[in-house]
Design a protein around this ligand. Structure first.
Ligand code: PLP
Length: 454
């Protein structure tokens, strides 16, 4: 009765993100009541493996008491303070120091926000502020990619390259050019091999720079591996080429590591997997295992120096959030990163990569799977109506939704992105957990053809 009344109250009083709201009114929510390790339990006690770690984010699993203790201790000592106007506090200082130590060499500074979207908005404004200060106000445009995901606020949502985040929201609202999505399976052309595909994408980048003028382009932003767009590993040589072209044209490189950061791809940061060195990295999600909302912009010393000069001229860097560097969030992040190190969760991801990817790829021969792909501890199955022609389902998303429902029945939560089934389990998974995830995914895929025919 309680669960029925909770569901009814949800339908009557809330509005859910990323939801067909009319459909939600008819079906109601799946109410998750508690979590334990890699598992969560709904309000009826049914057990699920959280195959997406919440939203690609709960690295240490769902019952890490040390994070609760860190939050409690910090709340008793200093539950809140801000970082405006030269105020500071120890957790935010220590976390900045820790992140500078962890991230690649050129990054020497941290700026904190509460979400990945705010972090990417902050980057847009930092770069504009910097370039205005440097007397090059025309250097404002961004280059992004179709299917890239960088958030949903007005600026970050503009950088995002997914139609569903633009349509009827009047985005993009900032100057941004979206390049071809670097996904060979879908965007490779007839007769083109992967190397030719990479060459075509890089030629496109050069052509855009040539047409727009390098002096008008501020930065290139990309996820090392596109996650929310469907788990799309880049073709070989892509990032090396992007880096070479951006460097030749004085265009900053932003690696949005909100999902790839902290070992997800088997390297500490995604840029290391694909051999490029960014000027700016966006971090969030696994930074606190999402126990608290937190994100960080990590950036290089030249960027800091230019912004600092302009702040001295204007007597202000007029940007920041009430919760920038929030002491409880940053204290939890420090403890979370300590756990990631002590349990060697980044090493765990690297060690389990082969088994996890072999599990994902074992579905490649399934009649409804067009492509089985991934890297590190992230993977996806792309469902298609016709394997030979790669023809998608019509309408797009129906097969994904049915798979999602069957997955729930089989005790596995993954994310269906249209008809792409994405998996990104907590970084604490064991070999047995990976086997169990693949077994549940297998039962889901076994049932799918008949369910779609029904
Ligand atoms: N950037 C990337 C790569 C993401 O995957 C996400 C969220 O999934 C964001 C930015 C936005 O983060 P948030 O949802 O915290 O605003």
């Amino acid at each position: 009765a309680l669960s029925n009344s909770l569901a009814a109250t949800d339908i009557a009083s809330t509005m859910h993100p990323y939801t067909n709201l009319r459909q939600h009114e008819a079906t109601g929510p799946l109410i998750i009541a508690r979590g334990d390790g890699v598992r969560v339990y709904d309000d009826r006690g049914k057990e699920y493996i959280e195959g997406l770690a919440g939203l690609w984010s709960v690295a240490v699993g769902f019952s890490e008491k040390r994070l609760a203790d860190a939050a409690y201790k910090q709340m008793l000592q200093l539950p809140y303070y801000h970082t405006f106007s030269s105020k500071s506090h120890e957790p935010s200082i220590r976390l900045a120091e820790k992140l500078v130590e962890m991230t690649p060499e050129p990054l020497t500074r941290a700026f904190f926000t509460s979400s990945g979207s705010e972090a990417n908005d902050t980057i847009v404004k930092m770069i504009w502020f910097m370039n205005n200060g440097l007397g090059r106000p025309q250097k404002k445009k961004f280059i992004s990619r179709v299917k890239g995901y960088h958030g949903i606020t007005v600026a970050s949502g503009s950088l995002t390259g997914l139609p569903g985040n633009h349509r009827d929201f009047d985005l993009p609202a900032i100057p941004v050019h979206h390049l071809t999505c670097p996904h060979f399976y879908r965007f490779g052309q007839e007769g083109e091999d992967e190397a030719a595909f990479t060459a075509r994408l890089l030629a496109e980048l050069e052509a855009v720079i040539e047409a727009e003028g390098a002096d008008t382009i501020a930065a290139f932003i990309g996820e090392p591996l596109m996650a929310a767009g469907g788990v799309l590993p880049p073709p070989a040589g892509y990032w090396e080429g992007v880096e070479r072209i951006c460097r030749a044209n004085d265009i900053l490189i932003i690696s949005d590591e909100v999902i790839c950061g902290f070992g997800r791809l088997g390297t500490p940061f995604g840029c290391q997997k694909y051999n490029f060195t960014p000027d700016i990295i966006t971090l969030s999600k696994q930074i606190t295992s999402s126990y608290m909302p937190l994100a960080a912009v990590m950036f290089s010393e030249p960027i800091y120096q230019a912004i600092a000069d302009n702040s001295a001229k204007l007597n202000n860097f007029g940007h920041g959030f009430t919760a920038s560097g929030h002491p409880v969030a940053t204290a939890v992040a420090l403890e979370n990163l300590a756990i990631i190190e002590e349990k060697d969760l980044m090493g765990n991801a690297a060690r389990l990569e082969e088994k996890f990817q072999a599990g994902i790829r074992s579905f490649a021969d399934h009649p409804l799977v067009g492509e089985a792909r991934g890297a590190g501890l992230i993977g996806a199955l792309e469902l298609v109506a016709d394997k030979a022609t790669k023809r998608p389902f019509d309408p797009v998303g129906r097969a994904g939704a049915v798979a999602n429902r069957i997955g729930h029945e089989e005790g596995l939560i993954f994310r269906s992105i249209g008809d792409q089934l994405a998996l990104c389990p907590p970084m604490i998974v064991t070999e047995d957990d990976v086997a169990e995830i693949m077994a549940r995914l297998g039962r889901t895929m076994d049932r799918l053809p008949a369910a779609l025919a029904a």
